[in-house]
Design a protein. Structure first.
Ligand code: BGC
Length: 745
């Protein structure tokens, strides 16, 4: 059952480097009713599937074939009878167990008896919520990320879902874009390893995956969702492709296009990148689904004149399945009859859909049993997993005078902000009429952990539970004044993140800043918890508060994990998966930038920088404090020279010099000093989360294949150049401990 070796292998194959996870055990197999893992079959089994598809295709009418290429969902138009009529091969957004069962029974009554795929965006949970993917990435722990996907899958599976529109593995360096929380942040090495981990986790939990959004969606200009994207070939292959390659290598069943246009071609009409690159060059065997109505949106993109034209463009580009536009349903058969599209091409797309269904094992699967929902939703194990992941996702950004963990001398704590004081749950179970899983208030979680002599008081401070409007500021101030320490939870929730939530301002909304200012003015020490789904700008208050914790939406048990950190029961080990800017105007800002001819050396006008802000970010990628003080030294490489076919092997000593037992993420960055083109000032090539006992040291080794140090040229060719490479090792992307290695021919 342990699936880790498969994603380890996938990531290793792809990146040429085995991520250093030898110390992380395979995830435990949860008890209960383990789902059937989804996996591509091989050898004779795979060959038999192709023969079975031949036989089915030979019996199908053109309409039945087109039916397999339609993805319909809950909505005005769709009728359940269509499943029985063979008019749809897949459905989405049905989350009630009885409805799912009805869909399956109808598919079983259709003439060809082809089972339906039942899809949902199970991004980070169904009943029990795991941290959002950006929060998961902050753990720098692929084992936990796999576990998060496993539970998200398993709970969605419990209501009969078998396909998820996840993982979202778009790369982004722009916190203005609302969908950064669905991905793994700004770094391609971390994101690729986590893309593989998430893919495997979903499969283990019983869902087929859809790697999305192919490709470049996260580069939306200005951070405006759906906006156009411009990506040169070298960057496409160095930065955007690797997570897709990792997900495919880990067995992704399907790929979803994006809603945007890259280099002037809408992703859903991009024949080169879909038909030639994805299906050809990368050898993808599954099917490609359009994003929501994106076949129809080709008209708005100005790349199709009308419905039939949109179908010609999308289908011709290699889009096998039409999500929710209804245009394949309306026009594809007619386009075949008129000779505009060949039936052979339709057969090929249907083959891909049937192949996925057969490799998923859908044809053999028993009809879904709604009793599963009662048994498998909101279990203690899922909650435990959610807590374990949330603990490692808490990022401590500032801790002046070690105010945290709260000292025994603290007798009262005021918890302020409705994000902390309301009970939370999530929508799916409610929509499905299933029991809700409630996330505890921070106040309750904290009171439960702190000894009873500590008084925990609460004030919502805002008018809405999502902190969207000002509320009782005076009450919040009075509550803070009466306590020894104020913990203020701010940020964004509800409709403030995800698709269609771009921001032009990354500072706190004015009413939140005003409340915080009022609390700071009490003179009490203030601990701020940023509960956001993207990096915010903290510059306006960072110097005036004692501590700051960053929480990228930590899920059902997130507030328990936060309480544990406040109380010192959990030593934080989360690291920033995205750079935190000092000002919105610095965005996009990221650590693996190219050097400039005029670096900032003397604070002089004709050097890169701003008139009105520092050049550096507020916190760099990979940053996160611990209650322990870690030091790095004794960096050694096994050899000063390595051939191009070799491996850079080295070690470093990591010491837990002060404080409790803790975990540190050892990060190894590489810079190619001179190349045919400018190379990034540093790039993460290896990381490992290591637990160190108080006062003790560990020697941590790393191995980076030289083949992982190259880049793509403008023609898309991968090159690894001989010459000098600097290695930097430390606990964030500003690591200063350095060594040099020469790569020889
Ligand atoms: C999003 C996709 C999502 C789909 C179905 C679209 O609007 O871009 O990521 O999978 O909706 O919910």
């Amino acid at each position: 059952m342990p699936a880790s070796p498969r994603w380890l292998l996938a990531a290793a194959l792809l990146l040429g480097s085995l991520p250093a996870l030898a110390q992380t055990p395979a995830p435990p197999v949860p008890a209960g009713s383990p789902p059937v893992p989804r996996a591509w079959k091989t050898g004779e089994e795979a060959a038999a599937i192709e023969r079975r598809i031949d036989a089915l295709l030979a019996q199908m009418t053109l309409e039945e074939k087109v039916g397999q290429l339609n993805l319909w969902g809950r909505g005005d138009e769709f009728r359940l009878e269509w499943v029985e009529q063979g008019r749809t091969g897949a459905v989405m957004n049905f989350v009630s167990p009885m409805e799912v069962r009805a869909i399956q029974l109808r598919a079983a009554r259709s003439r060809m008896r082809i089972p339906a795929i039942i899809a949902l965006d199970a991004i980070n949970g169904f009943a029990t919520y795991m941290p959002q993917p950006l929060g998961q990435a902050a753990t720098f722990n692929p084992r936990l990320v796999e576990l998060a996907s496993y539970w998200s899958a398993r709970e969605a599976r419990a209501v009969g879902i078998n396909w998820t529109f996840a993982p979202m593995i778009d790369m982004t360096r722009d916190a203005r874009w609302g969908r950064v929380m669905e991905g793994a942040g700004e770094d391609v090495h971390l994101a690729s390893i986590l893309a593989a981990a998430r893919t495997v986790g979903y499969h283990r939990g019983g869902l087929a995956t859809s790697a999305k959004h192919y490709i470049g969606y996260g580069e939306a200009e200005g951070g405006r969702d759906y906006n156009s994207v411009w990506i040169p070939v070298s960057k496409l292959w160095d930065y955007h492709m690797p997570p897709f390659q990792a997900s495919l290598a880990a067995g992704a069943f399907t790929v979803m296009t994006s809603l945007s246009a890259m280099n002037g071609i809408a992703s859903t009409a991009d024949r080169h990148l879909v038909a030639e690159v994805l299906k050809g060059q990368l050898g993808f065997r599954g099917f490609v689904v359009s994003d929501f109505e994106s076949v129809k949106e080709l008209i708005a993109h100005g790349q199709a004149a009308d419905g039939p034209d949109a179908v010609r463009r999308a289908f011709g580009a290699g889009i096998d399945m039409d999500m929710m536009a209804g245009l394949y349903d309306a026009h594809l058969a007619q386009l075949v009859r008129s000779g505009a599209i060949s039936e052979a091409a339709v057969n090929e797309s249907v083959r891909r859909v049937l192949r996925v269904k057969m490799h998923m094992g859908l044809f053999e699967e028993a009809t879904y049993d709604p009793a599963l929902a009662q048994r498998d939703l909101g279990t203690a194990e899922a909650r435990q997993a959610s807590l374990e992941i949330a603990r490692e996702a808490v990022i401590l950004l500032k801790n002046e005078n070690a105010i945290l963990p709260l000292k025994p001398s603290v007798r009262s704590v005021a918890v302020i902000g409705s994000l902390a004081t309301h009970q939370a749950d999530w929508q799916y179970t409610e929509n499905a009429g299933l029991p809700r899983v409630i996330s505890p208030r921070l106040t309750d979680a904290l009171a439960a952990i702190l000894e009873s002599r500590v008084r925990v008081t609460a004030a919502a401070g805002f008018a809405t539970h999502c902190s969207l409007a000002a509320g009782d500021t005076a009450g919040a101030v009075a509550t803070a004044r009466a306590a020894d320490v104020a913990v203020v939870m701010l940020g964004e929730d509800c409709e403030q993140y995800g698709e269609g939530t771009s921001r032009a301002h990354l500072d706190l909304p004015a009413h939140q800043q005003a409340l915080l200012d009022a609390i700071i003015a009490t003179g009490k020490p203030v601990v701020v918890i940023m509960h956001t789904s993207r990096p915010f700008v903290l510059t306006r208050f960072i110097d005036r508060v004692a501590a700051v914790i960053q929480a990228f939406h930590l899920g059902t048990e997130g507030r328990t994990a936060l309480a544990e950190v406040l109380a010192g029961r959990t030593n934080p080990s989360g690291k920033l998966p995205m750079t935190m800017p000092r000002a919105t105007g610095q965005v996009p800002i990221y650590y693996d930038r190219l050097p400039t001819g005029r670096p900032r050396l003397k604070d002089f006008r004709y050097e890169t920088g701003y008139l009105d802000e520092k050049l550096e970010p507020l916190f760099p990628f990979g940053f996160g404090l611990s209650f322990s003080r870690f030091t790095f030294d004794q960096l050694t490489l096994s050899s000063p020279t390595v051939p191009r076919t070799g491996t850079v092997a080295g070690s470093v000593r990591l010491t837990n010099a002060a404080g409790p037992a803790g975990q540190e993420v050892v990060q190894v960055y590489v810079r190619q000093r001179v190349g045919q083109r400018s190379r990034p000032v540093r790039q993460l090539k290896h990381f490992e989360k290591v637990a160190v006992a108080p006062g003790s040291s560990q020697t941590v080794t790393f191995r980076i294949p030289v083949q992982a140090l190259g880049y793509h040229d403008d023609a898309g060719r991968y090159v690894v150049e001989p010459g000098e490479y600097d290695i930097f090792v430390g606990g964030d992307s500003n690591a200063t401990l350095a060594a040099r290695v020469t790569v020889t021919e």
